[in-house]
Design a protein around this ligand. Structure first.
Ligand SMILES: Cc1cc2nc3c(=O)[nH]c(=O)nc-3n(C[C@H](O)[C@H](O)[C@H](O)COP(=O)(O)OP(=O)(O)OC[C@H]3O[C@@H](n4cnc5c(N)ncnc54)[C@H](O)[C@@H]3O)c2cc1C
Length: 307
C-alpha cells in the first residue's frame, strides 16, 4: 500500500515528488511515455528562476528528479493504463501490474498538438516551438511564422510581434476560428501578415539542425513555394492527458481537470498539478508551483486521515 502515487515526471510531478519525499511519504512517480515531460523536448530554458545563464530543459528536469530521489522518491518506467478511483485505496494499473495508493497526484500534463510534418519533431528546440512565452525571446529581429487559426494563434502572433522583424500567420482555411476581438487585434498589428488557404508541407533544414525555411502550399491553387523563417510556432492547441481518468475525474469539455479549489479534484484524495489542469499559464515554474501545492494537500489529507 502506497501513500502517494504521482502520475507524470515533468516539472509538476517532480516537484510534487520532492515535497512528498521530504515529508517522508515515499512517493512513487510513474514516468509515462515522456520521461521528464515537455521540458525534455526543449533546449535552453531562460525563464526558470535560479539559473542566471539559463539551463537546458532536459538537465533541469533531470536535476529535479535527482533531488526527489535523494529524499527517497522512487521512479517507475511505464504508463498508467487504467485507474479505479471509485473507492479508497485507489487502484492503478501500470503496464499490467495493479497497485494501491491512499492518494494520487495527477501531473500528466497537456501535450502540444503538432502538425505531423516529416521534419517537425527533429527541429523542436531548434526553431520549431509550441510556446511563444517560452521561446519568443530567442527570435529578436528574426522572421517568425505562426500556424493556426484560433485565439491562441492570434495571441501568440501578437506576442511574438514584440520580438520578430515580421510575423506570418499561416492558416489552412479562409475563415478563422478565433474570436473577432482577437482576430481584429492581430489584423491591426502592422507586423503580422496573414497567409490563408495555406498549409505547411514541411519545415527545413534538418542538415543544419536549424529552421531556415518552410515549404508552403496554397490549397486553392496548389501553388507550392518556399519562405525563409527562423522561428516556427505551432499554435493549434493542446491535448490534456486525462483519457485514462475519463468518467471519474471531472474535466472541462477539452479534457482539462476542473479544480475544486487548491489542488483538489472532485475525488477526495486525488489532486491535480500542472498543465493537466492549467490551460492559461502552462509554464515550468507554474507547473512546479502546482506540484508543491498538490504535495502539501496530499500530506494534509493523509495526516487528517491518521496516516
Ligand atoms: C518545446 C517546448 C518548450 C518549452 N519551453 C519552456 C520554457 O522555456 N520555459 C517554461 O517555463 N516552460 C516551457 N515549456 C512549457 C513547459 O514545458 C510546461 O509548462 C511544463 O513542462 C508542464 O509541466 P507538467 O509537469 O505539468 O507536464 P509535462 O511536462 O507535460 O509532463 C507530463 C508528464 O506526464 C506523463 N504522463 C502523461 N500521461 C501519462 C500516463 N498515462 N501515465 C504516466 N505518466 C503519464 C508524461 O510522460 C510526462 O512525464 C515548453 C514546452 C515545450 C513543448
Amino acid at each position: 500500500m502506497l501513500d502517494v502515487v504521482i502520475v507524470g515526471s515533468g516539472c509538476a510531478g517532480n516537484t510534487a515528488a520532492i515535497y512528498t519525499a521530504r515529508a517522508n511519504l515515499k512517493p512513487l512517480v510513474i514516468s509515462g511515455h515522456e520521461a521528464g515531460g515537455q521540458l525534455s523536448l526543449t533546449t535552453l530554458v531562460e525563464n526558470f528562476p535560479g539559473f542566471p545563464e539559463g539551463i537546458n530543459g532536459p538537465e533541469l528536469v533531470e536535476n529535479m528528479k535527482m533531488q526527489a530521489q535523494n529524499f527517497g522518491a522512487e521512479y517507475l518506467h511505464g504508463s498508467l493504463l487504467e485507474a479505479d478511483l471509485s473507492k479508497r485505496p485507489f487502484r492503478l494499473n501500470v503496464e499490467g501490474d495493479w497497485m494501491e495508493t491512499r492518494t494520487l497526484i495527477v501531473a500528466s500534463g497537456a501535450s502540444a498538438r503538432w502538425l505531423g510534418l516529416p521534419n517537425e519533431q527533429k527541429l523542436i528546440g531548434h526553431g520549431v516551438s509550441s510556446c511563444a512565452t517560452c521561446d519568443g525571446f530567442f527570435y529578436r529581429g528574426k522572421k517568425i511564422m505562426v500556424i493556426g487559426g484560433g485565439d491562441s494563434a492570434m495571441e501568440e502572433a501578437n506576442f511574438l510581434s514584440r520580438f520578430g522583424s515580421e510575423v506570418t500567420l499561416v492558416h489552412r482555411r479562409e475563415q478563422f476560428r478565433a474570436s473577432k476581438i482577437m482576430h481584429d487585434r492581430a489584423k491591426s498589428n502592422p507586423k503580422i501578415k496573414f497567409l490563408t488557404n495555406t498549409v505547411v508541407e514541411d519545415v527545413h533544414d534538418v542538415s543544419a539542425n536549424l529552421v531556415t525555411h518552410v515549404r508552403l502550399r496554397n490549397t486553392s491553387t496548389n501553388a507550392v513555394w518556399e519562405q525563409e523563417v527562423d522561428g516556427f510556432f505551432v499554435a493549434i492547441g493542446h491535448i490534456p492527458n486525462t483519457a485514462v481518468f475519463k468518467g471519474q475525474i471531472d474535466t472541462d469539455a477539452d479534457g482539462y481537470i476542473l479544480s475544486k479549489g487548491g489542488a483538489r479534484t472532485n475525488i477526495p484524495g486525488v489532486f491535480h498539478a500542472g498543465d493537466v489542469q492549467d490551460r492559461t499559464y502552462r509554464q515550468a515554474i507554474t507547473a512546479s508551483g502546482a506540484g508543491c501545492m498538490a504535495a502539501m494537500e496530499a500530506e494534509r489529507f493523509l495526516e487528517a486521515e491518521g496516516h
